[in-house]
Design a binder for this molecule. Structure first.
Ligand SMILES: [Ca+2]
Length: 335
């Protein structure tokens, strides 16, 4: 905003602006709030441990032998015999997006050439199945590990929800292929690849308009804009840190006088919040710098609200009339 303040000469005759003895004292403040979200590198895929089955149904013999790595093993033989394994107890972090599923089969066939196991998955307790056509291929006579699916393989589906992977919805179906098979299955675990939701950061209003300042603010030595901005953090499932820094070392100036090179540090900022997910914040006015400063940090969550307050230092000696603007950069990242 701009407003015509009383003339400096009239309002404050004892304190004329030394620069050129201007009569009108008009300073427009414009503080732009730029936003950037921290690098996403390193926040890529994660993978669960191998989950073991705890339930089974079908025609294999000693089927519980495939519940664990080592120990007993299940035996399978008959052509097109089916067996189902479930009860995997798959759990994912809140908000995780499934990007891949792997089924591991530690298996072999004592008779050669070996048979194979065809593998499909159900997400609704066995009503519907994937149709990948995945198989172990011919099994060798010694125990071997075959992994079907992969880090970016959704088995032909567009998405798997956490519910799809939960008990009793998620089931692994094994179908024996080959004749005269004397197969063994030591373990049939499952693991899931996922990504956590991305971080989000918004600042409102994007631009702080400090309006037109006059003798009152100059006499006070600063103009305060409180509150100035509401900052909303979506943490992306992890702890977070919010940094603040100046977009440049000095304010941009436009006016009839030489650019005074008003330093960015003439803007002081502080953060308040009533959000319990914020574990630390800078609550005292701090000079803005081109170096990132920690504004706040906290625990995971969505819609975490912070309030920024700013003060702009003003000086008759250094700040001639004109329009000033300064960029503020907020950066959200992980600790
Ligand atoms: Ca076993």
């Amino acid at each position: 905003m701009r407003a015509n303040a009383p003339t400096a000469a009239a309002a404050r005759p004892a304190r004329p602006l030394p620069r050129a003895g201007v009569l009108a004292l008009v300073v427009g403040l414009l503080v732009g709030g730029l936003v950037s979200v921290g690098p996403q590198e390193g926040r890529g895929q994660s993978v669960t441990p191998w989950f073991s089955p705890t339930q089974q149904l079908g025609l294999f013999q000693n089927p519980t032998g495939a519940f664990a790595d080592g120990g007993g093993r299940a035996r399978f033989g008959g052509f097109r015999f089916l067996h189902f394994y479930g009860g995997y107890g798959i759990v994912l972090p809140p908000g995780a997006q499934v990007v891949g599923i792997e089924v591991r089969l530690d298996a072999w066939d004592r008779r050669q050439p070996g048979g194979a196991l065809a593998v499909e998955l159900s997400w609704d307790g066995g009503l519907n199945w994937t149709s990948t056509g995945y198989t172990t291929g011919a099994l060798p006579p010694q125990e071997t590990t075959r992994v079907l699916g992969g880090p970016t393989d959704l088995w032909g589906r567009t998405a798997w929800t956490a519910a799809d992977l939960s008990d009793p919805n998620f089931v692994v179906r094994l179908l024996v292929q080959g004749s005269n098979v004397r197969g063994r299955l030591d373990w049939v675990p499952v693991r899931v690849y996922y990504v956590l939701p991305g971080q989000g950061l918004s600042v409102s209003p994007a631009t702080i308009n400090g309006g037109t300042l006059g003798a009152a603010e100059y006499d006070l030595g600063y103009a305060e804009i409180s509150p100035a901005q509401t900052i909303t953090v979506d943490s992306g499932g992890t702890d977070w840190v919010l940094y603040i820094q100046a977009g440049g070392a000095t304010w941009s100036y436009s006016g009839p006088y030489p650019d005074p090179g008003k330093p960015a540090g003439d803007l002081l900022w502080r953060i308040t919040t009533s959000d319990g997910r914020v574990t630390a914040r800078q609550g005292a006015y701090t000079a803005l710098s081109t170096a990132p400063a920690q504004a706040a940090r906290g625990t995971p969550g969505v819609g975490i609200a912070l309030t920024a307050h700013v003060r702009v230092l003003l000086s008759y000696d250094r700040d001639p009339p004109g329009d000033y603007s300064l960029g503020i950069v907020y950066t959200l990242t992980t600790p």
